[in-house]
Every structure is written in C-alpha cells, then in structure tokens.
Design a protein around this ligand. Structure first.
Ligand SMILES: [Cu+2]
Length: 449
C-alpha cells in the first residue's frame, strides 16, 4: 500500500507546491494561451484584466484568441490536436511569461481504491497522474510555435495496472490484460506544433513528435471535462481513444473558427509493456478527422484510421477504426456521446457506445456518470477456453459524486466515489457472477484543467 501511494503523494506535493512559485498568476482561471485552432499572434502586452477570465467558468464564452487577425475560435484544445467545446473553459493551470515564451503547467494526481466485484473483479489501491508542461511563442508574422510534454506516473501501479471489470487491452508479462486497465507510459506526449495563418480566418498547422496523439477519436478521457472525476478508464478505451499515446505521429491540418480537417501518419502498434522508455517511432498507419464546432457549446468529431498491427498478441491483424462523438458544454455541465467501430482486418467488426457527463453544482458538488456498451472478444484470452475469441456485448453503468475543495491558486482537491453495475449475457455468469458491481473511492488533487 505504502509503495503504491507514495509516488502519488510525491507528485501531489509537487503539484501543490507549484502555485507558490507563480503566485501572481496561479489565482486566475486563465483561458488557454493557445486556443486551438486560432494562432496566437504576438500580443504579449494585452491588458491583464482583459485576460483574466476568473469567475467566468461555465459562461458560454467563446475561447478568444488573444488579439490579432485571428478570429475567436468556438473550440478549446483537447489532447493532441483534438478539440472540445470552448465553453469547457480551455486548458487552465499556471501560466508564466518568460521572455517570448508563455509556459503553461497543469496536471493532477489521484489515489483511489476500487473493488470491482464478482469472481473476476480484483480489489486494489491504485494511482493516476498526469503532468503537462507546454511552452508557446508567437511571432510577428502570426506564426505560433508550441512544444508540449505530458508525463504520467501510471507505471508505479505495476505492469498489470489497476482492476477495471470488462476492460481489456495491451499486455503484462506477454499475457493480455483482461478486467484491468493497463498503466500508461511515463512519456505520454513529447510534441511540437506550428500554426501558420493561411488567409483571414484560416489556419494551417503541423503537429507531431516521437510520442504524440494522431487525429483519431475524441480527446482522451483524462482531459475531457465530462470525465474529470470518473476515477476509472472507460472499458471502451481501446475503441475510442487508446491511440492517445502513440510512438511516432505527424499530423497536418487546416482550421477555421468552426471547422477543422486533419490527417495523420503514425505508428499503429500500441505501446509495449515497458512503460518507462520511449519506443522507436514509425509511420505505418494513417487517420483522417473532421471536427465541427458550430458554437462554443458543441463539438462534433468524425474520424477514421487504419492501424497497422496494433496488438502485439495479434501481429497479423490490422484494424480499421471509426469513431464519431458529440461533446456539449454549458454552465458547468459537460457531456459526451460517442460511437466507435473497430473493424479487425481480418476479423469481425466490434462496436461500442459511450455516454458520459459531469455536472458541477455550485462551488463544491459534482455529480457524474458514464454508460458504456461494447462488443468485446478479448475477455477469454486463454486459447483453451470454449469462450476464446467470442464477442460478448457488455454494458457498464457508473455513477458517482465528488466533493470539491478549492485550495486557491487553481488547485483543487476532490474527494469522491462511484458505483457501477453491469449488464451482460448469461453465458458470462460462470466467469463474472450473476450481478457483479463495483465501488471506487478516490482523492484527486488537480492543478488547473
Ligand atoms: Cu490510454
């Protein structure tokens, strides 16, 4: 227990200590300094009071480009080059202007204990964490340059990650992980991005790096406001957003105020089970994504990718992945509805649905939930099992509550818990019990969003 909890405490302390170093900036809920897709022309001398959006969270404000010829964007930045509704509030945290560069830091550390229930549901303490650091600078020409890094201490959970009933994907000790969420890699992102104004209201961009996220799927769950307090990974992670850690990505796109088109070349293979290293990049797969943001309240994305041999245990098997999602944000309420189809080549097509929402009620209370439905054929990896490779459609219904304690300087402690129940075919009763249910408690310390 101590071994598991200590790294979270250390990273939590690091996050908590950070605002002291930036007292004059930390207390404000700044909008993102880089409101994707609008480039940020060099106007560092902007009146600070104009820039201060504190108290405006939840208002239906477009994410304003801080001056210049760029129009205000309806969208805010998600993970990689993905977009979320501008009304979600953008990425917040500590902002420091150092010379020509604007440095932004944000992140979270959480520790939890979960009992996933039933014969296959383990009980375990676990941690989750993410620290993001980015540096952005604008040039007189309107060109904007940004470097981003994202780190996680997930690997301290051990190779088998944490219990997550009906969750599958990736391996530990060469064995597929089932009813578990794999740990994320230490390096979740090391990327660079250049935005170039092409015409009034039109921006072109190039993004990529040795660890980055291709233009495929919605913003990854750990950055979605709708999933902010949901303590566990979605069981549909490998249908929607598992490509958020990809070793080798190059993306090019164009964006207007309400529309973004982009394409990526990237490595199809999932990260291996050594979570502390950087793997060799390749560009053997591709994806295309269109994102529509008609207002600051809505974002819709449609994406399709062809992944070369994503799974180490199925080396001859490729994947065509299609995802569609709608994101809504207004007044402290954020929601997402998504559909995904994983077409194995060769093999069947497995579909998934996901609906999740978070609602901040006043200064302290949040209620949240997620419903997922997925056809999964990886629940019995043992070749001798009569159920091996059979697809079963299962559903998870999860609901929870968090009590939020603002600690000042955009630091927040949230204490909460969730309960989950499942629907599944009777053929799974022997393995999972007739009615498994799960309970999770967590403490989450966050700097910004
Ligand atoms: Cu992941």
């Amino acid at each position: 227990m101590i071994r598991i909890l200590l790294p979270a405490a250390v990273s939590a302390a690091a996050i908590a200590a950070a605002p002291a170093a930036a007292q004059d900036h930390g207390a404000h809920n700044h909008p993102a300094p880089t409101p994707t897709p609008a480039p940020e022309p060099a106007q560092p001398a902007m009146d600070h009071s104009q820039h201060d959006m504190a108290g405006m969270e939840g208002m239906d404000m477009p994410v304003m480009a801080p001056g210049g010829a760029a129009p205000p964007a309806n969208a805010g930045p998600g993970t990689g080059t993905s977009l979320v509704p501008g009304a979600d509030g953008g990425m917040r945290g500590i902002h420091l202007a150092t010379g020509d560069w604007m440095v932004m830091a944000h992140g979270f550390a959480m520790t939890g204990v979960t009992d996933q229930g039933g014969p296959r549901g383990d009980a375990q303490a676990f941690t989750g964490s993410m620290a993001m650091l980015s540096a952005t600078r604008g040039f007189d020409s309107g060109v904007q340059l940004r470097f981003s890094s994202m780190l996680s201490l997930d690997p301290v959970n051990g190779k088998r990650g944490y219990p997550n009933l009906f969750g599958t994907g990736e391996t530990a000790g060469g064995v597929p992980l089932v009813d578990r969420q794999h740990p994320h890699d230490l390096f979740m992102e090391l990327s660079a991005r250049v935005d170039v104004p092409l015409a009034p209201g039109l921006t072109g961009f190039v993004y990529g790096g040795p660890v980055a996220e291709p233009a495929l799927g919605p913003s990854a769950f750990m950055h979605r406001r709708s999933a902010r307090y949901l303590p566990l990974s979605p069981i549909t992670h490998h249908w929607f957003d598992s490509s958020h850690i990809t070793y080798g990505v190059v993306t090019a796109g164009v964006a207007t105020r309400g529309l973004q088109f982009e394409g990526s070349a990237f490595r199809g293979r999932e990260p291996d089970e050594n979570r502390w290293d950087i793997e060799s990049p390749r560009l053997d797969s591709w994806s295309l994504r269109a994102t529509l943001t008609p207002s600051p309240n809505w974002a819709f994305q449609l994406s399709h990718g062809r992944l070369e041999s994503p799974e180490v245990t199925h080396p001859g098997e490729d994947e065509r992945r299609t995802t569609a999602s709608a994101h809504y944000a207004r007044g402290g309420f954020s929601a997402m509805l998504g559909f995904a189809a994983k077409d194995r080549v060769p093999g069947p097509t497995l579909t998934a649905w996901l609906a999740e929402a978070n609602w901040n009620l006043g200064a302290h209370h949040s209620v949240f939930g997620r419903v997922e439905n997925v056809a999964n054929d990886e629940l019995f990896p043992d070749h001798d099992s009569p159920l091996h490779d059979r697809a079963f459609r299962v559903s998870r219904f999860e609901a929870g509550y968090a009590y939020r304690i603002p600690l000042g300087g955009d630091v927040e402690l949230a204490l909460g818990g969730s309960l989950a129940a499942y629907a599944k075919p009777a053929a799974l009763d022997a393995a999972y019990g007739r009615a498994p249910h799960s309970a999770t408690l967590f403490a989450r310390l966050a700097l910004g969003q």
